[in-house]
Write a protein that binds this ligand. Structure first.
Ligand SMILES: C[S@@+](CC[C@H](N)C(=O)[O-])C[C@H]1O[C@@H](n2cnc3c(N)ncnc32)[C@H](O)[C@@H]1O
Length: 221
């Protein structure tokens, strides 16, 4: 009886999570809430649950440097910079092909260009020397581009730091069913050849994450 109740409870929870994710992301009155979310007045394309997880990761891992691909309006960079202000540690380099108006903050360096452009990769690698480095991939979400980014930026992530692949939820995981192969599929391909990176499901503890299977922790070996 206990096992049956547990089984049913798990099924109902999974369904409720799936439904909440879909409603939050794309349905009814709340359609696009994630695109209409701000941090200190600047638009940020994240779920508050994931933002809280970022806070926990920064507190625990205290990277010297966070590399972010995909700046958009700078909301995520500003959020991380403010967390770093509280921790009194860290800086951010964020890259985008589009130069939107962005907030100025002493911990943020904005780079304009493609994340996979060799000149930009070289520039970023130079900034990583002798630092503990965490990476967030949040630019173009096609599988090809994310795989290219994974190949390059996984090299700069230091042991015991995270490589976070954003928006693995698209292409039906569980939203945007018709997107086509994206970040989720890129992670599957990447992980097949990079056992040093382990998916940390504990970072999905708030049940709904835009990055299911996307919190990759680099092992210390
Ligand atoms: C999902 S948004 C980033 C959201 C932002 N990180 C946030 O949380 O608020 C994706 C951004 O990636 C940028 N982008 C697209 N292709 C890119 C590329 N090849 N290199 C760098 N940025 C790119 C787009 O211009 C867009 O601003």
């Amino acid at each position: 009886m206990y096992r049956l109740r547990r089984f049913l409870f798990t099924r109902v929870s999974d369904f409720a999570t799936w439904l909440f994710h879909r409603v939050f992301y794309a349905y009814g009155d709340y359609k696009g809430t994630w695109m209409n979310t701000t941090w200190m007045g600047t638009r940020i394309y994240k779920s508050p649950f994931d933002m809280w997880v970022y806070q926990e990761i920064l507190f625990e891992k205290r990277p010297d440097l966070v590399i972010e691909t995909g700046t958009a309006f700078g909301g995520s960079a500003l959020y991380l910079a403010h967390l770093m202000d509280i921790l009194n540690h860290g800086e951010i380099v964020t890259i985008d092909v589009v130069a939107n108006p962005v907030p100025v903050h002493p911990r943020i360096t904005y780079i304009n260009g493609s994340s996979t452009d060799q000149a930009i990769v070289d520039l970023v690698k130079g900034r990583c020397e002798n630092k503990s480095v965490m990476v967030i991939l949040d630019s173009e979400h096609t599988m090809r581009h994310v795989l290219d980014e994974l190949t390059v930026y996984s090299q700069v992530v230091t042991p015991n730091q995270y490589l976070i692949v954003e928006d693995t939820n698209i292409n039906g995981h569980p939203v945007h069913k018709r997107f086509g192969p994206g970040p989720w599929e890129a992670v599957q391909g990447f992980r097949a050849e990079h056992s040093q990176f382990q998916i940390d499901k504990s970072r999905e503890k708030f049940l709904m994450s835009f990055n299911p299977g996307g919190f990759l922790l680099k092992s210390t070996e």
